[in-house]
Design a protein around this ligand. Structure first.
Ligand code: AMP
Length: 400
């Protein structure tokens, strides 16, 4: 069964065509700068060969049509006919309280995803644009929505409610939702397999550290707390996002910098985080290089990042009554041994000592702690597309 997995941003489309049974990725690619100058499609198809197509793509529908054409292209295509695609799996960032799990898409589901737009104004409209375009182009096949928030719907009220008047929760759904759930779920399942333990017996902290970053406390396979909140702005200091700050700072910046509330919101999303602290870059590769050359603010930005991660790990140890494994994943978590080393320093009291040699090795799933330690330190490459494909296949048991 071939499943087409889509992850649509406001000006981008990432996709993979996955053969579900073998887990093989038949083709993958990305379109960037949709609706702008310099739109391009980068497609990896037959034999993993890259094809780059530069042409104006006005909207998501035109972009998806182009990708479908490339999939059946005589020269670069990987399938003979679009009828070989059995189902579409769509990543949807915000499912609010309406969606506790992935679901097949119908008109009601579309309406419920629309209701979540107020909570994810940057993400859900783009996700819906992709869904609508695909349903129009291929209405005869099932389409599934897989939500970033769904995995965190198991978080108890004492962890998801803010110290705000309860009316605001009732009226507007103001609460912590959490994100990166598809990734947290995937790496927690892989961790249980790797450790040869039943997921229901494990207390895990999953550290999804990419440009956006969040931690999840996962007890018995269920998310019990997470660092992102009502939006992906809360929690860790990220590439360009501030993470948690004193809310009083917002009217202060509005007054002193003469900004509207919306401008401050954008400022805290796009100009803060390690970019804002370092004044240099949101990319940790740049920060690591600069710190090696003696740039103190680049070093400070990385120290602040790691310290915040450590504080969350500590709070989740208390929340779960201990931790059996800490998992590092996503761009930074998988690739930066320096950041892992700084996060894992001084964790002996929790039962973990980083093995610096193992930490420097590259590869797939691996353990980076000292043999025999009670708290395991794991690096697990995430694969959100595979989860979306598997959830879609689960919802379409009669398809082949
Ligand atoms: P993601 O959002 O998961 O794609 O992660 C992207 C981020 O991971 C980049 O902005 C970098 O900060 C970080 N990253 C990726 N590769 C490396 C690396 N080799 N060393 C340090 N940081 C990295």
């Amino acid at each position: 069964m071939k499943i087409f997995v889509l992850n649509c941003g406001s000006s981008s489309i990432k996709y993979q065509l996955i053969e579900h049974e073998s887990k093989n990725v038949l083709a993958r690619g990305v379109i960037e700068r949709i609706g702008m100058d310099g739109t391009f499609l980068k497609h990896y198809g037959r034999d993993g060969q890259a094809v780059e197509i530069k042409r104006h793509i006005a909207n998501h529908s035109a972009g998806i049509q182009l990708v479908l054409n490339v999939l059946i292209d005589k020269e670069n295509g990987v399938i003979n006919d679009l009828s070989e695609i059995s189902a579409f799996g769509h990543r949807v960032v915000h499912g609010g309280e309406a969606f506790r799990e992935a679901t097949l898409i119908n008109e009601q589901v579309i309406e419920d995803i629309k209701k979540c737009i107020t909570m994810a104004p940057l993400h859900n409209p783009a996700n819906l644009a992709g869904i609508n375009a695909c349903r129009e182009l291929m209405p005869e096949v099932p389409h599934a929505a897989v939500f970033d928030t769904a995995f965190h719907q198991s978080i108890p009220a004492k962890a998801y409610l803010y110290g705000l008047p309860y009316d605001l929760y009732v009226k507007y759904g103001l609460r912590k939702y959490g994100f990166h759930g598809i990734s947290h779920q995937y790496v927690s399942e892989r961790a249980a397999e790797y450790l040869q333990k039943d997921l229901s017996e494990l207390r895990l902290v999953s550290c999804h550290l990419g440009n956006g970053a969040s931690l999840a406390a996962i007890k018995g396979g269920k998310s019990v707390d997470t660092s992102m909140g009502f939006t992906p702005l809360e929690g860790l200091v990220m590439g360009t996002r501030c993470g948690e700050v004193d809310p009083a700072i917002i009217p202060f910046i509005m007054d002193r910098e003469d900004m509207t509330g919306r401008q401050v919101y954008q400022y805290l999303n796009n100009k803060a985080g390690v970019l804002g602290i370092s004044g240099l870059s949101s990319d940790f590769r740049d920060l690591e290089r600069a710190a090696e050359d003696g740039d103190e603010r680049a070093q400070l930005a990385m120290d602040i990042f790691s310290y915040r991660v450590k504080k969350y790990i500590g709070s989740y140890a208390v929340a779960m009554g201990g931790i059996d494994a800490i998992i590092f994943t996503a761009g930074l978590g998988e690739n930066s041994d320096a950041i892992r080393e700084s996060i894992c320093s001084d964790l002996e009291f929790l039962g973990a000592r980083l093995d610096r040699e193992k930490n420097r090795l590259r590869g797939g799933i691996r353990e980076i702690g000292t043999d025999g330690d009670s708290l395991k330190l794991l690096v697990i490459p995430t694969n959100e597309e595979l989860v979306i494909a598997e959830e879609t296949a689960r919802l379409c048991p009669h398809m082949v």
